[in-house]
Design a protein around this ligand. Structure first.
Ligand code: NDP
Length: 328
């Protein structure tokens, strides 16, 4: 029998956590033959709720779940972690300034980076879901100097999946017919979903759709503002789809992208496509044997260039702001 993989989840008692943990425990994160041990991190006042979720996990009798431990201390929670899903974050509340938001999250992601540095397993893979995800990942990463920078990633897979769904609907095809869609930049309203390299049943998506007005006035804003539209409709945020995307992100990272396709992940830039080195920005990425690579050599047209640059400029601003606050 295989040794269980340690999966640490922060914000475990939150909405996304509730949608996420059962899927991890059922084998959807890593594979149907990989046993997992969950290590849940919560703030002290949410530990009791996390214990309740752990009781339900027990009650599912998942054959692959070899244990659940709950912590309110980051150092302990990340001990031996092979995969870390950083979901808990400080949400922006009404009237909160951007600097306050970044500072509050610095207080969360700095100690978590230090804890990962101190105690995580050598093969640690980190996915940041809590917003502002790219910059929170940058903060954590900068406090984990002994962990290779490429192990810190942030989630744009939900944006990627949202874009796939919108494109499939427009083209009247199944999402299974789509390949090579890209989310560029920040997981924020400035993100750029790019269909110029995407394929619909093997043919170029932008040419097949041939509708620039739809692209600019419908597709891009619909994908970027989907979170708000779901809150409006459901009266609660998009927790299940966010959890599903987190599962997809890690599953793809560990198990690889399909031949002839890629995915979107926010990863540390090596300067590709003019994105300043060190920023954690979303790119088209292939994965193999647990490692990712940015897809190289794509031609970027003028429209895409402007959109990518705008989102990357926002990331650079966020980086400068957290640097000023002494968080990186
Ligand atoms: P959620 O579980 O709904 O969301 C958690 C984080 O994910 C938020 O930062 C949220 O950002 C982000 N997020 C990213 N994508 C999405 C999406 N599509 N839809 C919704 N959220 C998204 O928040 P809850 O408040 O229910 O739970 C948070 C939990 O985290 C609480 O239990 C709290 O105690 C815990 N926490 C734990 C910490 C720790 O372990 N050290 C630290 C801080 C909090 P956004 O706000 O922008 O929507």
């Amino acid at each position: 029998t295989r040794t269980p993989v340690n999966v640490t989840v922060t914000g475990a008692a939150g909405q996304i956590g509730y949608a996420l943990l059962f899927r991890i425990a059922s084998g959807q994160l890593l594979g149907a033959d990989v046993p997992v041990r969950l290590r849940l991190l919560e703030i002290p006042q949410a530990v009791k709720a996390a214990e309740g979720t752990a009781m339900e996990l027990d009650d599912c009798a998942f054959p692959l779940l070899s244990g659940v431990d709950i912590f309110d201390d980051a150092t302990k929670a990340f001990e031996g972690a092979n995969v870390a899903l950083l979901v808990g974050a400080r949400p922006r509340t009404k009237g909160m300034e951007r600097g306050d938001l970044l500072e509050a999250n610095g207080g969360i992601f700095k100690p978590q980076g230090e804890a990962i540095n101190a105690g995580a397993a050598d093969d640690i893979k980190v996915l940041v879901v809590g917003n502002p995800a790219n910059t929170n990942a940058l903060i954590a990463r900068s406090h984990a100097p002994d962990v290779p920078a490429e192990r810190f990633t942030a989630m744009t897979r939900l944006d990627h999946n949202r874009a796939l769904a919108q494109l499939a609907r427009k083209a009247g095809v199944s999402v299974a017919d789509l390949r090579k869609l890209t989310i560029w930049g920040n997981h924020s309203a400035t993100q750029y979903p790019d269909i110029f390299h995407a394929e619909i049943a093997g043919k170029n998506a932008a040419e097949t759709v041939n509708d620039q007005a739809w692209l600019e006035n419908d597709f891009i804003p619909t994908v970027a503002k989907r979170g708000a539209a779901i809150i409006e409709a459901r009266g609660a945020s998009s927790a299940a789809s966010a959890a599903s995307a987190a599962i997809d992100h890690v599953h793809t990272w560990v198990n690889g992208t399909a031949e002839g396709d890629w995915t979107s992940m926010a990863v540390v830039s090596d300067g590709s496509y003019g994105v300043p080195e060190g920023l954690i920005s979303s790119f088209p990425v292939t994965t193999k044997d647990g490692a990712w690579e940015i897809v190289q050599g794509l031609e970027i047209n003028e429209f895409s260039r402007g959109r990518i640059d705008a989102s990357v400029a926002e990331l650079a601003e966020e980086r400068d702001a957290v640097r000023k606050l002494g968080l990186i």
